[in-house]
Design a protein around this ligand. Structure first.
Ligand SMILES: [Zn+2]
Length: 242
């Protein structure tokens, strides 16, 4: 059995108890985890794993994929770490400040894509300090100060961030819901999670971790808008210093 992905039920859980199912030089797999594995433009979590007679840094979390096995969560330990053998009870604790920054930034990227509803998103990357989305902009490039003001308006309005579920078939019938061409929606499990912001601000499939209200994002700033190829415009956002 793959790990139960606890971050899907509660993105705010900072630590949890789990049992080791597999341990090897590639990393540790558990029966449950709050650690988000790299995907959808959001980096994998880092933190600490402790057990009765050991401790190790978790430097990254990735999806574990092997033939004939269900997808699992792989916790990658710092080089030279001791490995808790299968069956060991462990406690895992997130680098919470980093993960929370990812949650705030990820939700902020949804707001940015909502401000540019009519153009396709061609890529993106969430980071703890800086995040970006690439847009296929054919016409006029939006103004940096305007986007900064609009983002901060949506953040200040403190909209609820919630989730809804639809079936793979329902999603296939509404392809306009998929905004990011480079990130495949998480289909194949029968149903897909949609992330909703406000009543009608943004709605798109997303498997990432998010904050509960846009106000949690805090003040941000569009740092730059760059030309990346013919029609590609890269918009980078940073947290505004308090
Ligand atoms: Zn997302």
């Amino acid at each position: 059995m793959p790990a139960e992905a606890l971050f899907k039920q509660d993105a705010y859980a900072k630590n949890c108890i789990a049992t080791v199912t597999h341990a090897g030089p590639e990393g540790i797999r558990l029966d449950r985890s709050i650690f988000y594995p790299t995907g959808g433009g959001q980096p994998g979590d880092s933190g600490v794993m402790t057990w009765a007679d050991g401790e190790a840094r978790i430097i990254d979390t990735r999806k574990y994929r092997a033939e004939n096995e269900p997808e699992d969560i792989l916790h990658i330990l710092a080089e030279g770490s001791a490995l808790p053998p299968p069956g060991t009870p462990v406690e895992i604790t997130l680098d919470w400040d980093r993960r929370y920054a990812h949650m705030r930034m990820h939700s902020c990227m949804h707001l940015l894509s909502a401000l540019l509803r009519d153009v396709a998103v061609t890529g993106g990357q969430v980071g703890a300090e800086k995040s970006r989305l690439d847009f296929d902009i054919q016409g006029e490039v939006p103004d940096k100060d305007f986007l900064t003001a609009e983002l901060n308006r949506l953040i200040g309005e403190d909209h609820a961030v919630s989730e809804r579920w639809i079936t793979d078939e329902e999603l296939a019938a509404q392809p306009e819901l998929v905004r990011t061409m480079s990130v495949k929606p998480p289909v194949g499990h029968g149903r897909v999670r949609l992330l909703a912001i406000g009543d009608n601000i943004d709605l798109q499939p997303c498997g990432g971790t998010h904050i509960k209200r846009t106000g949690e994002i805090g003040a941000v700033e569009v740092a730059k808008i760059e030309n990346k190829g013919k029609q590609n415009r890269r918009i980078s956002v940073i947290f505004r210093a308090p």
